[in-house]
Design a protein around this ligand. Structure first.
Ligand code: FDA
Length: 308
């Protein structure tokens, strides 16, 4: 119930307008968001790199309202790639297709994505296409598989969510294509017609998809903070003789920093997703829905800092 309420609030734009102007809420958000500008995000990436962790920079923002905003999001993505190269940061980027105009005009979205990927290919780096709610799954996969992958096979990859029933078939096909995939559990509010309602089923599906990817996929990304999943991955690669250089773990900025450092110390590759920008409200609400205890945790930190 509480999770559903937070996910509902994540979609309310009026609430965001109110929250964004609130200083306390901004400090609250800074636990999970690396500031509102590229400069603040670059500082966060440098700190991660110093801890032996690579990054994926993400300009926060979902559906845009007009073509100008979609083009501006693509311009920012290109600027992020240039900045990463100029500062020699160990980071790629993540983008959402709705940000590049998927809801407005398919051709515009493809053109924007190609502009970003041209830059990524020229710099020999990588762009992850995030996965959004299930209304976008088919369109996202179609667009990447049919309009991008042939020209940018090393520069583009997608995300698969284990809570969707369809994901086993999607993973099989993507493994066949040799496309890079990030596996996560899925963060959106989904009906039982398309997604497992029970967490135990989502976790079971995660393990099955993860093992298939570790065995057969091209450089899979295991994106989770769940220690049980991570322990299964470690045991599986050990039993199959899969080297630590053949995959990476991924986590979100500000979540389980202890576990991030432990995995690096144990010789695993670790990448952290670093979101930044003014549109942090829906992202923050999804993180709180995943773990309502974060509300108390962050409030406690804000109060502690306020008392200092
Ligand atoms: P799960 O939710 O089962 O929690 C297991 C444990 O992990 C918890 O008990 C807690 O200890 C810890 N934990 C989990 N979330 C936490 C949080 N917010 N704060 C503190 N502790 C937490 N989703 C999506 O739909 N599309 C996408 O493109 C992406 N991309 C993405 C990239 C990366 C790098 C990551 C790590 C995740 C995503 N996600 C995503 C989000 C993902 O789908 C999922 O919602 C979250 O990762 C939470 O699921 P977990 O597997 O971490 O564990």
């Amino acid at each position: 119930m509480f999770r559903a309420g937070l996910l509902y609030l994540s979609e309310q734009r009026q609430v965001f307008r109110f929250v964004r102007s609130n200083g306390l809420a901004k400090r609250f958000a800074s636990r999970f968001v690396a500031g509102e500008t590229l400069d603040t995000a670059v500082v966060a990436v440098r700190d991660l790199n110093a801890r032996g962790i690579s990054a994926s920079l993400d300009l926060l923002g979902e559906s845009v309202n007009n073509k100008g905003e979609a083009q501006a999001a693509a311009d920012t993505a290109v600027a992020m790639l240039d900045r990463i190269a100029a500062e020699k940061l160990n980071s790629n980027i993540s983008v959402k297709l709705t940000q590049l105009g998927l809801d407005l005009d398919h051709d515009l979205c493809v053109a924007n994505a190609r502009r970003v990927l041209d830059k990524a290919r020229s710099l020999d780096t990588f762009v992850r296409i995030d996965m959004e709610g299930s209304a976008y799954t088919q369109r996202t996969l179609d667009l990447v598989e049919h309009s991008l992958f042939a020209d940018y096979p090393k520069s583009v990859g997608v995300v698969i969510q284990s809570y969707l029933y369809r994901s086993t078939a999607d993973i099989d096909r993507l493994i066949g294509l040799g496309m890079r995939v990030r596996l996560c559990k899925g963060a959106y509010k989904e009906p039982s017609a398309v997604a497992y309602p029970a967490k135990a089923d989502v976790d079971r599906a995660y393990v099955a998809l993860m093992e298939a990817m570790l065995s057969k996929a091209s450089y899979p990304a295991i994106a989770t903070h769940d220690e049980a999943m991570i322990a299964r991955a470690k045991a599986y690669v050990k039993s199959q003789g899969i080297g630590a250089e053949r995959f990476e773990f991924q986590m979100l900025y500000g979540v389980r920093r202890d576990l991030q450092d432990q995995l690096v110390a144990a010789g695993y590759r670790m990448r952290v997703y670093v979101p930044f920008g003014t549109q942090w409200y829906p992202y923050l609400m999804r993180r709180l829905a995943e773990r309502p205890a974060n509300i108390a945790f962050i409030l406690g930190n804000v109060v502690k800092e306020g008392l200092k």
